[in-house]
Design a protein around this ligand. Structure first.
Ligand code: NAD
Length: 269
């Protein structure tokens, strides 16, 4: 275990990638091992500092992840599901902790991560912020305390560029509500309502997504019964909260036994 872990950032030009690189630059607890982008991206082969609109920093953006991972103790990954799966194998080979924020992973992707975690530390969360992880715990507790007279609805809002719905966070909240009720989310999940859908099913957990502008991320968990309603809400106004959580996870993961972890483990919730 190194005292100051060196971190590889994949997807360096992305919204989260750039935020992470800036935060690593300001931190005295981690250093930057290097940065990658997808093959063919305009940043490849160029100086990272210049690409980010600042001064030269000597890091050349790479398209070969293994070369960068070999110098890293952790990889922080907010890219796409396919890229994340490829990175998991390479991070395991390089013995680097793999912190995954990417959302939209299917069961097939998750199986591949489970296989990689036999030899590697993987920390994955649909939302890396302290506030949302607390909200998740609260959702589970409230769902456990109330019976199915309370309809559970999860409403999320994100910026216009987001490509997947419902958000990873909404699904995480849905899982927590289902867990509180001792049911499986896949059996009760109610998604994509449109047209004559019929009346709401008792015990269902509904999802709705709003997309627009530059909304960073908002989540409401609504427990609606006859005559009263409880709403648990989290509003993210700055992406730093996700980057801060990911860096915390990268440090926390150092020296851990191989396996799959999440932010609840990192935050000790
Ligand atoms: P973005 O589109 O701005 O950035 C993704 C970057 O990954 C792009 O620059 C893309 O070129 C790059 N990329 C794609 N394939 C690659 C590859 N093979 N190698 C290297 N780079 C590759 O998206 P974003 O807003 O930064 O979000 C990225 C992901 O993180 C999404 O799935 C989003 O939902 C998720 N996210 C999660 C959290 C969380 O807390 N878990 C928070 C914010 C975003």
């Amino acid at each position: 275990m190194t005292a100051i872990p060196a971190i590889a950032i994949v997807g360096a030009s992305g919204r989260m990638g750039q935020m992470l690189i800036r935060m690593i630059d300001e931190s005295d607890r981690v250093t930057l091992a290097g940065a990658t982008e997808r093959r063919g991206h305009e940043w490849i082969g160029k100086d990272l500092g210049l690409c980010m609109g600042g001064t030269k920093n000597g890091y050349i953006v790479q398209d070969d992840p293994l070369e960068v991972f070999a110098k890293a103790q952790a990889v922080i990954d907010f890219t796409s599901p396919e890229a994340t799966i490829a990175h998991a194998e390479l991070a395991a080979q390089a013995r680097a902790v793999h912190v995954i924020g990417t959302t939209g992973l299917t069961d097939m992707h998750l199986e591949k991560l489970t296989a990689a975690a036999r030899h590697a530390v993987i920390i994955r969360a649909g939302n890396m912020s302290l506030g949302v992880n607390l909200l998740t715990k609260l959702t589970q507790k409230v769902a456990a305390a109330l019976d199915a007279d309370f309809d559970i609805e999860i409403v999320e809002a994100h910026h216009r560029h987001k490509v997947d719905a419902p958000s990873g966070t909404a699904l995480m909240l849905g899982e927590a509500a289902a867990e509180g009720r001792h049911v499986h989310l896949k059996d009760v999940s109610d998604r994509g309502r449109d047209g004559i859908t019929g009346a709401r099913k008792r015990g269902g957990i509904g999802f709705s997504a709003i997309r627009g502008g530059d909304i960073v991320g908002e989540h409401d968990v609504i427990f609606a019964a006859d005559g009263e309603r409880i709403i648990l809400r989290h509003i993210a106004t700055d992406r730093r909260i996700f980057a801060r959580g990911a860096l915390k996870a990268a440090i926390w993961g150092q020296g851990r036994s191989p396996g799959e972890y999440d932010m609840m483990d990192v935050l000790g919730l």
